[in-house]
Design a protein around this ligand. Structure first.
Ligand SMILES: NC(=O)c1ccc[n+]([C@@H]2O[C@H](COP(=O)([O-])OP(=O)(O)OC[C@H]3O[C@@H](n4cnc5c(N)ncnc54)[C@H](OP(=O)(O)O)[C@@H]3O)[C@@H](O)[C@H]2O)c1
Length: 275
C-alpha cells in the first residue's frame, strides 16, 4: 500500500500542473481550441475562453467544468476588432488579476491561389491569423512579463512547407513562424517563453468552413493517409497535449521553437517509386 501511494505521489508530481495559473485561449469555441481548453481544465488552470459563437463557447465551458470544477470566463467577440482584443485582456485581469499563458489559436482558412484570391480575402485572413495575434500578444505582454509566463501560437504545416491553392493562409502561417521566433528573442530577457505548434491535417471543422464540400472533405481525409508519414490525419487531443506541454514548466528551456504535430509530414518529400 505504501509503495502504491509512493508511486502515485511520484507520478503525480511528474504530471503537468496548472493550478493557480491563468490561461487565455482564443478560438476556444471549436476544434483545437475547445479541446485545449478541456485539457487545461483537467490540469487545474483558471481559463479565459474566447470565441465568436456564444452557444458553442458555453458548451466548452460546461465541458471544462466537468473536468476542473473551476468556472472559466467566456468572452465572445471578433478578434478583428481592436476593442474586443483590448477588452479580452482587460476582463482577464479584472477577473483573475493576472495572466500566465496566452494560446493564440483562433484562425481561419480560405482556399485560393495567386490568380483568384481577392484582396478582401487576403485582408480577412491576415486580419484574423496575423494582425489579431500581434495585437493580442502586444496587449498581453505586460501581464506575461509580471508572471514570467508563456505564449503558444498555433501555426500550421502550411507555415513551414509550401502548398498551392491556399496561398494567403500559407503566407499567414509563415508569418506566425517568424513572429514566434522574433518575439521569443525579444521576450527572453523577461523570462517569457514563446513557442508554436505546427499541426498537419487535424480533424476539425476548419476545412469545411474554408469551403470544402462534404465529399471533398472525405477525399481530403483519405488523402491525408498518404500525405502524413504516420498514415492518418491527427486528432485535436494530440495538438492539445503539445500545447499544454509548451505552456508548462516541463518545457522550461524551450523558446522560439515550432513543434510539428503532423505525423511526420514536415519531413516528407514527394517521391515516385519505380515498380
Ligand atoms: N484543423 C487543421 O487541420 C489545422 C491544421 C493546422 C493548423 N490549424 C490551425 O489551428 C487553429 C484552430 O483551428 P481549428 O482547426 O480548430 O479550426 P475551427 O474548428 O474552425 O476553430 C477556429 C476557431 O477560431 C475562432 N475564430 C475564427 N475567426 C475568428 C475571429 N475573427 N474572431 C474570433 N475568433 C475567431 C473560431 O470561433 P467561432 O467558431 O466561435 O467563430 C473557432 O473557435 C487555427 O489557427 C488553424 O489555422 C488547424
Amino acid at each position: 500500500m505504501q509503495v502504491i501511494s509512493c508511486c502515485f505521489t511520484v507520478c503525480h508530481s511528474r504530471m503537468m500542473n496548472f493550478a493557480g495559473k491563468v490561461v487565455l485561449i482564443t478560438g476556444a469555441s471549436s476544434g483545437i481550441g475547445a479541446e485545449t481548453a478541456v485539457h487545461f481544465a483537467r490540469l487545474g488552470a483558471d481559463l479565459v475562453l474566447a470565441g465568436r459563437n456564444a452557444g458553442a463557447l458555453t458548451k466548452v465551458v460546461d465541458a471544462c467544468l466537468e473536468q476542473g470544477k473551476r468556472t472559466p470566463l467566456a468572452v465572445t467577440g471578433n478578434l478583428e476588432e481592436d476593442k474586443h482584443v483590448k477588452s479580452l485582456v482587460k476582463s482577464t485581469i479584472e477577473r483573475f488579476k493576472k495572466l500566465d499563458v496566452l494560446v493564440n489559436n483562433a484562425g481561419i482558412l480560405e482556399m485560393g491561389n495567386i490568380e483568384n484570391t481577392s484582396l478582401e480575402q487576403y485582408d480577412r485572413i491576415f486580419d484574423v491569423n496575423v494582425r489579431s495575434v500581434y495585437n493580442l500578444t502586444m496587449q498581453a505582454v505586460p501581464h506575461l512579463t509580471k508572471t514570467k509566463g508563456t505564449i503558444v501560437n498555433v501555426s500550421s504545416i502550411c507555415g513551414v512547407r509550401s502548398f498551392p491553392g491556399v496561398l494567403a493562409y500559407c503566407m499567414s502561417k509563415a508569418t506566425i513562424e517568424q513572429f514566434t521566433r522574433c518575439v521569443a528573442l525579444e521576450l527572453a530577457p523577461n523570462q517569457v517563453r514563446v513557442n508554436a505548434v505546427s499541426p498537419g491535417v487535424i480533424v476539425t471543422p476548419i476545412q469545411k468552413r474554408g469551403g470544402l464540400s462534404d465529399t471533398a472533405y472525405v477525399h481530403f481525409l483519405e488523402e491525408a493517409k498518404a500525405t502524413h508519414a504516420l498514415g492518418r490525419p491527427g486528432e485535436v487531443s494530440e495538438v492539445a497535449e503539445a500545447i499544454t506541454f509548451l505552456a508548462s514548466e516541463k518545457s522550461s528551456f524551450i523558446t522560439g521553437d515550432s513543434l510539428p504535430i503532423d505525423g511526420g509530414r514536415h519531413a516528407m518529400c514527394p517521391r515516385v517509386y519505380a515498380s
